[in-house]
Design a protein around this ligand. Structure first.
Ligand code: SF4
Length: 377
């Protein structure tokens, strides 16, 4: 009998194929003004024994999937067919484990928001149990706050690497101390630098998240420049762009209502993105725009070789006639465009022209787009 397995609400998009194991519940900080993910939810540690029971249950699911595979004539092999059949018979969790095993069972993501906050000894015990149960696991990743990373010693981080931790995802959001204080990030730019460097020194792949538009109008100049400073000083393996969308249930929404924060327009955010990229120097980071809220998905590539290409994409968008920019924004937010080249698709264009005229006759595109963006957050 499988005991109840607990999983948290989120993971990075790049960990879509990873097995999700919940080490702690919710976020120990839970104060960032833009983030409602864990609002009203109390942080708690899970007992090591409880987490190990979850791992044992995943193992039990693997055994049941092997039985199902034999029953289906697949010779005990767990592949996409077995995972699909498991979904129909046992539900999503079996599908999750089945598709993970079908793809090699290598990647595991530790939830929730700040797994490194666990005592290192407890974390090592869990990781040891996991790798004994699933020897195929060779890449374990997690979210961690910079301040939490800073509390670990270099020796502890090295031990975690030996135990399988390969990548840490950290929300930097901005490099500006003023912005970070305003959004209550609980870290300064230099903390992000120190934590990023400590992880790199320990041999961990570092993925830092930056929120385009996070400085609003007040810090529109400072935010991209200071963020570039932090990225230049860390040289992380990845920077993932996210674009600010003020979520209704966030503290930031109240700040907007009171007039304390004025968000940038989409075009202003694109200009800010240009300043940020232009000011990245001497690093080998890969920039990734893998989120639907980023207007220009094609602004992706490795530095330094793709820098001009990325700036070129931004310039191409900014040089479009205003009507084309509106059409592109509408197409992107409506989910029918991904790249600037999509503007030349005549069938879609005709429909977007009609939709745009309708929207403009009733109000503004910004209001309509705000409504569409809310569907993505
Ligand atoms: S640390 Fe992360 S999860 Fe926690 S409140 Fe901030 S953004 Fe949200």
């Amino acid at each position: 009998m499988i005991s109840m397995i607990e999983q948290g609400p989120i993971r990075p998009p790049s960990e879509a194929g990873s097995l999700l194991i919940r080490l702690t519940r919710n976020c120990p900080w839970n104060l960032c003004a833009f983030c409602p993910t864990y609002k009203g939810k109390k942080f708690s540690f899970r007992q090591v024994a409880e987490i190990k029971r979850d791992i044992d249950s995943f193992k039990e699911i693997e055994r049941e999937l092997i039985n199902l595979s034999n029953e289906l004539g697949c010779g005990g092999r767990i592949d996409g067919k077995v995972a699909g059949a498991a979904y129909g018979r046992y539900g999503f969790l079996y599908y999750h484990v089945g598709s993970w095993l079908a793809s090699g069972g290598r990647n595991v993501f530790l939830q929730d928001a700040d797994s490194l906050i666990m005592k290192t000894a407890d974390l090592l015990e869990v990781l040891g149990h996991l790798r004994a149960a699933f020897p195929s696991v060779d890449r374990i990743t997690t979210y961690a706050r910079s301040r939490t990373v800073m509390k670990k010693s270099g020796g502890e981080l090295a031990e975690l690497v030996r135990a399988g931790i390969r990548r840490v995802h950290t929300g930097v959001e901005s490099g500006s101390d003023e912005v970070l204080a305003f959004i209550k990030k609980g870290a300064r730019g230099d903390d992000h630098i120190l934590a990023g460097r400590m992880l790199k020194e320990a041999g961990v792949s570092v993925c830092q998240y930056v929120i385009l538009g996070m400085g609003g109008k007040r810090w529109a100049e400072e935010h991209p420049l200071q963020t570039a400073r932090v990225i230049n000083d860390v040289d992380p393996d990845f920077v993932r762009f996210r674009t600010l969308a003020v979520k209704e249930d966030s503290t930031l929404a109240g700040m907007v209502d009171k007039g304390d924060f004025a968000p940038l327009s989409e075009d202003e955010i694109v200009r800010e993105e240009r300043v940020l990229i232009e000011n990245l120097h001497g690093i080998k980071t890969r920039l990734v725009s893998d989120h639907i809220l980023n207007l220009l998905e094609e602004v992706e590539g490795r530095l330094p070789e793709d820098k001009e290409k990325m700036l070129g994409s931004i310039d191409r968008y900014l040089a479009l006639p205003e009507r084309d920019r509106l059409i592109f924004r509408l197409g992107r937010r409506g989910g029918v465009y991904r790249f600037l080249d999509d503007l030349s698709r005549r069938d879609t264009r005709a429909r977007l022209e009609m939709a745009l005229d309708q929207i403009l006759s009733e109000g503004t595109l910004d209001d309509a787009i705000d409504e569409m963006r809310r569907q993505y957050i």
